[in-house]
Design a protein around this ligand. Structure first.
Ligand code: 0X9
Ligand code: ZN
Length: 300
C-alpha cells in the first residue's frame, strides 16, 4: 500500500502495480508500453470495466528527476480503483485507462541511486550519457529548444526515435491510437497546463475548445488549496521546444485532447518538491482531471 508521504523507487512502484493486478483481476491488467535502453520494461496498467470504451492515456516520469509526476499518477490510479466519490467512480467506469507511471525507468533509478537531478535516459553517446526523451519524438525533431550536444540536458539524440523508450512507447501508442480521446503527459514544475504545439502559437482545429476545457479544469484545480495554474500553448506559456511526446501524439495520432501538466511547485523547491506536497498536489490534480473529463464530454 502506498502512503503518499514518500517518493517510491521503481521496485516499489512495480510491486504495487503487481499487487493491484492481483487485487482487481477483473478490471486491472498489466501492460508493457515498451522497453528501456538498459532492458527494463516500461510498465503500466490498464483499468477497464468492459470492452469498447474510449480511452484516456497518462504518460508520466519521462523526465527522471520529476518525482512528483510518477507519485501523483500512482495516486490517480489508486483513486480510480478505490474512491467512493461518484464522479471518480464514473470516470473509472466510463473509460479505458492506460497509465504508465514511469516511462523512463533507467533514468528514474539513476535519479534515485546516483544523481538526484538526472533528467534523460541512460544510453551512452561517446563519453556522455542520455537523451532527453521529450525531445526525441518524430515531430519537428531538433527544430527548437533541443540540442545536438550529448553533454546537455536537452540532447535530442542522433535522430528521431533513436531511443528504445520513445521508439517502443510510440509504437504502443500507435497500436491503440484510434481509441484515445485524451492523452496527458505529466511533468514538473511550474503550475502549468500546456497544449500543443511546441513550435507554433497558431491555433489549430479544436485549439479554442481545448483551451476552454483546460482553463475550466484549472479553475477546478485551484478550489481545494488555491494553487493557480496557467493554461496555454507550449510555445508561449513555457518555451519553444520540439520533439516532445504530445506534439507527436496530436499530429501523428490525431488524439483530440492532449495536455501537458507541469505540477507543483512554482520554483521554491522545484524538482526537489518535499514529500509532504505529494498528497495536496495529487488531490488538486485529481480534481482537475475530473473536470477535464466533465468539460470534454460537454464540449466534445
Ligand atoms: O521541456 C520540457 O520537456 C517540459 N518542461 S520540463 O521542465 N518538465 O522539462 C515541457 C514540455 C512541453 N512539451 C513539448 N515541448 N512538447
Ligand atoms: Zn519534464
Amino acid at each position: 500500500n502506498m502512503e503518499w508521504n514518500a517518493y517510491y523507487n521503481l521496485n516499489d512502484i512495480n510491486g504495487w502495480l503487481d499487487d493491484l493486478v492481483a487485487t482487481y483481476p477483473n478490471t486491472v491488467s498489466r501492460i508493457i508500453g515498451g522497453v528501456s535502453y538498459e532492458g527494463r520494461d516500461i510498465r503500466g496498467i490498464k483499468i477497464s470495466h468492459g470492452s469498447g470504451r474510449r480511452a484516456i492515456f497518462i504518460e508520466s516520469g519521462i523526465h527522471a528527476r520529476e518525482w512528483i509526476s510518477p507519485a501523483t499518477t500512482c495516486y490517480i490510479i489508486n483513486e480510480l480503483l478505490t474512491s467512493n466519490h461518484t464522479e471518480t467512480r464514473a470516470a473509472a467506469r466510463d473509460y479505458d485507462w492506460y497509465i504508465f507511471p514511469v516511462t523512463n525507468p533507467d533514468g528514474y533509478i539513476w535519479s534515485h541511486e546516483q544523481f538526484r537531478m538526472w533528467r534523460k535516459n541512460r544510453q551512452p553517446y561517446g563519453t556522455n550519457f542520455g537523451v532527453d526523451l521529450n525531445r526525441n519524438w518524430n515531430n519537428n525533431w531538433l527544430v527548437a529548444g533541443s540540442s545536438s550536444n550529448p553533454a546537455l540536458d536537452t540532447y535530442a539524440g542522433p535522430g528521431p526515435f533513436s531511443e528504445p523508450e520513445t521508439r517502443s512507447l510510440s509504437s504502443y501508442i500507435q497500436s491503440i491510437g484510434d481509441q484515445i480521446d485524451m492523452y496527458i503527459a505529466t511533468h514538473s514544475f511550474g503550475h502549468l497546463l500546456l497544449l500543443p504545439f511546441g513550435n507554433s502559437t497558431e491555433p489549430y482545429g479544436n485549439y479554442h475548445d481545448a483551451m476552454n476545457i483546460g482553463r475550466r479544469a484549472m479553475g477546478a484545480l485551484s478550489v481545494r488549496y488555491g494553487t493557480m495554474y496557467r493554461t496555454g500553448n507550449i510555445a508561449e506559456a513555457i518555451y519553444r521546444a520540439t520533439g516532445g511526446s504530445v506534439d507527436w501524439v496530436k499530429e501523428q495520432i490525431k488524439v483530440p485532447l492532449v495536455y501537458v501538466y507541469e505540477f507543483r511547485d512554482n520554483g521554491t523547491y522545484g524538482f526537489l518538491l518535499p514529500p509532504s506536497q505529494i498528497l495536496p498536489n495529487s488531490e488538486e490534480v485529481m480534481d482537475s482531471l475530473l473536470e477535464l473529463i466533465h468539460q470534454a464530454k460537454r464540449l466534445g
